[in-house]
Design a protein around this ligand. Structure first.
Ligand SMILES: NC(=O)c1ccc[n+]([C@@H]2O[C@H](COP(=O)([O-])OP(=O)(O)OC[C@H]3O[C@@H](n4cnc5c(N)ncnc54)[C@H](O)[C@@H]3O)[C@@H](O)[C@H]2O)c1
Length: 356
């Protein structure tokens, strides 16, 4: 199959390599012609994926020179804020039957839309999302991993599962696109919070408390958006949260660590030199949780550091000073109960209409 990966950063280049390993013919689209020339000549993407040899069969082509003729799969591997531009480029060029897969993890700042919603708007065609605990640094070195491909259309998810599954990546399908994409986006500010705690010199107890309580707040908002509770306990939920919050590879955790050590929050994106999705996502979640009236204390603390200049130490004091409450996932369980009750009411209403 001929596949096109839009975006030549660490994940795009890694994913191209995965598809190539599975026997597909792959081109990767770069922003500039200079990048394409450099990567093709060196068989290396030194800035985004140092030390990983790229097989010569994978061709890098500048967006300005690329064509999608004969392409059967388009993969979006760009930062979320660039997904609209990338899918806008694809829309008029894409063969009608080409499958689409989004790898981006975030929410669009202006619209608060998820990547697949943006792509569907721009291309008018179905698109699936891939998300899970998948650091490019490890997958590009053929270390075993697992992931989720989510699509409302089970047939699309299964077709993509066959294309992407390989001897180093195991793919599960999931119909909960909202949950899978929302988890992928929301874990990034959490990883920043954990990084801040690491930078302040705190230990495993702090990390575990932040991760666990964050999962509760992420599930609270996600379920308000229609996500399935089970997704939070899966690879795209807790799986990705563990990988992102504990890994040396996580840019979001590293960005937080820099802030915790005293670095100016406005400079961390520039220092890291690759997209730190947690930053725009913290702003988007601040907006979204405010509109829906859902409390997200950990995510909000990250927003406070980024936007309001609150010091990490004051954020910790604020979080620790919150009114104490019962645990037992009571907020999540009460949501589940509410959803069950409303489903029962709807079912009864339909039954009344249908039955004499
Ligand atoms: N790196 C990972 O391990 C990983 C894993 C899973 C998901 N993701 C997600 O994948 C997305 C991309 O991440 P990444 O790590 O590859 O980022 P990156 O910073 O390494 O690379 C981003 C690439 O996108 C390119 N780009 C930016 N705007 C573009 C546009 N309009 N058209 C074409 N190309 C454009 C940049 O030139 C760059 O090459 C993010 O949403 C990230 O959260 C990354």
């Amino acid at each position: 199959m001929r596949a096109t990966v839009v975006g030549s950063g660490s994940w795009g280049t890694t994913f191209a390599r995965l598809l190539w390993r599975n026997g597909h013919q792959v081109q990767v689209l770069t922003l500039t012609a200079a990048e394409a020339t450099r990567f093709n000549a060196a068989h290396l993407n030194a800035h985004f994926l140092p030390g990983v040899e790229i097989p010569p069969e994978i061709r890098f082509v500048a967006l300005s020179e690329a064509s999608l003729e004969g392409c059967a799969l388009v993969v979006y591997a760009v930062p979320t804020q660039a997904v609209r531009e990338a899918s806008g480029w694809v829309a008029p060029r894409r063969p009608a039957e080409a499958l689409q897969l989004s790898l981006a993890k975030g929410l669009e700042l202006q619209t608060l839309l998820r990547p697949t919603e943006i792509i569907a708007q721009e291309t008018g065609a179905a698109v699936a999302a891939l998300s899970g605990p998948n650091h490019a640094e490890e997958i590009s070195r053929d270390m075993p991993a697992a992931t989720v491909i989510a699509a409302r259309d089970g047939g699309l998810a299964r077709r993509l599962q066959k294309i992407v599954t390989g001897d180093t990546l195991r793919v599960y399908t999931n119909a909960d696109v909202v949950g899978v994409e929302f988890c992928g986006a929301a874990k990034n500010p959490v990883a920043m919070a954990v990084g801040i705690a690491d930078g302040l010199g705190f230990g495993d107890n702090t990390r575990a408390a932040l991760m666990t309580r964050s999962l509760a707040e992420v599930a609270r908002l996600g379920m308000r958006l229609g996500a399935d509770f089970a997704t939070f306990a899966g690879l795209a939920g807790i799986g990705d949260l563990i990988a992102t919050c504990t890994s040396v590879h996580s840019r979001n955790r590293r960005a937080g660590e820099l802030i915790g050590r005293g670095q100016d929050a406005r400079r961390v994106q520039e220092i890291i030199g690759q997209v730190v999705e947690g930053i725009p996502t913290a702003y988007a979640l601040h907006d979204l949780s405010g509109r829906l009236g859902v409390e997200m204390p950990v995510t909000e603390a990250v927003y406070d550091v980024l936007e309001r200049g609150v010091s990490p130490v004051d954020c910790v004091r604020n979080l620790m000073g919150r009114e104490v409450t019962a645990e037992a996932g009571q907020d999540i369980m009460s949501l589940v109960t509410q959803i069950r009750q409303s489903a029962t009411k709807t079912a009864k209403r339909h039954a009344r209409r249908l039955l004499p």
